[in-house]
Design a protein. Sequence first.
Length: 160
Amino acid sequence: MSEAYIVAAARTAGGKKGGRLAGWHPVDLAGQVLNALVDRSKIDPAQVEDVIMGCVSQVGEQAINVARNAVLASKLPESVPATSVDRQCGSSQQALHFAAQAVMSGAMDVVIAAGVEGMTRVPMGLSAALPAKEGFGIYKSPKMEERYPGIQFSQFMGPR
């Protein structure tokens, strides 16, 4: 079995709601992080075989496969595929696990694992609240309600 290594790391500065990063579209901000990873690793961008990006709130500016959109906003070629992962608070960690698994299995050699959340522009809970408000239903199905009556699920709450 092959081993997986982290050869470069990059992130944006920490931000706060309405802070200095609030003016950045999350896709463009993530694209800049991808560019920094390419620059730091000195890799040919065409060698990147996949981008796996964690994102909890995949709605609004972070919708329609935010990872793929970040690739399109970066210096990576269009041929680089990307997918978005939502495992709530563990989304970016899961992206890293999936990337390592791809390398360790021998399926890929160069994978970028990342994460993005622009919480000023895409507030927590928006992906559930907005569709409910606009009449497009809620995430909890009738069978879930039957099994878990009155319980609201989120990254913080749910059955144990």
